[in-house]
Ligand binder design. Structure first.
Ligand code: UDP
Length: 236
């Protein structure tokens, strides 16, 4: 096993599956199965899930909703996904805790770093909902920050594409994939991995990121076993 403690970032959009909005139960079950496989390998798992399938702050501005208000709406959207994921994981026999960046105590615990680490040590899967609890941030920043805080060894960014490309592979047929790339090169070439806040946090704290296709069955466990899947972004 290459990694002992990981932070898995799942986008809200990925949860939609083939739908145009909301949560696809088939996709949710698939993710739950993938996570169970690595749980059984003994990995300590923290998860951050996005909210893009339900609501995004930037979207709010277009409909005349104040940006900050919209960001809080986005945070609540991530919490809805986090609750769905928690439920799916528990039905699949895993122990979980949901910790929120904003206080919503009837639903879940607030984020307390030492408690989160304790949950992980006890083998519970910890899901961080509601982002970091501040507007103008994203769930990618949440993933970087929480990973550093709970001392995860890597951020596994599960997406729909299988890694970082020289250009957008959905638009440019000549785009090629990187297996390894340094933080510096990503920055220099202006490649789209995460938003800058999230990316810089990883770079400054020497926290590697692996971008991979979460929809390909078995990818997650292969990464844990040390296979080179997706693109590894690190200091080297
Ligand atoms: N958000 C925020 N602060 C945070 C995390 C999220 O304000 O710490 C809001 C922001 O409006 C964002 C939305 O929640 O657009 C949903 O998260 P994100 O867009 O990162 O989800 P994803 O793209 O991963 O589905």
């Amino acid at each position: 096993m290459k990694y002992r403690r990981i932070l898995l970032k799942l986008s809200g959009e990925a949860l939609m599956g083939d739908k145009s909005y909301g949560i696809d139960p088939v996709r949710l079950q698939q993710y739950s199965d993938e996570i169970k496989t690595i749980k059984e390998m003994g990995v300590e798992i923290a998860i951050v899930i996005g909210g893009g399938n339900i609501f995004r702050g930037v979207q709010a501005e277009k409909s005349g909703i104040d940006r900050v208000q919209g960001d809080y709406m986005g945070m609540l959207a991530t919490l809805i996904n986090a609750m769905a994921l928690q439920s799916a994981l528990e039905q699949n026999g895993m122990y979980t805790r949901l910790m929120s960046g904003i206080k919503i105590e009837s639903v879940c615990e607030p984020f307390i770093r030492r408690r989160a680490i304790r949950h992980l040590e006890k083998g519970r899967i910890v899901i961080f909902g509601a982002g970091i609890g501040n507007p103008y941030f994203t769930t990618d920043s949440t993933a970087s920050l929480r990973a550093i805080e709970v001392e995860a060894e890597v951020v596994l960014k599960g997406t729909r594409v299988d890694g970082v490309y020289t250009a957008d592979p959905e638009k440019d047929a000549n785009a090629t994939k990187y297996d390894n790339i340094s933080f510096f090169e990503v920055y220099e070439k202006n490649l789209n991995v995460m938003d800058m806040t999230a990316f810089t946090l990883c770079q400054e704290n020497n926290l590697p990121i692996i971008v991979f296709d979460m929809n390909k069955v078995g990818n997650l466990s292969r990464i844990i076993k040390g296979e080179e899947i997706g693109t590894l972004i690190s200091s080297n």
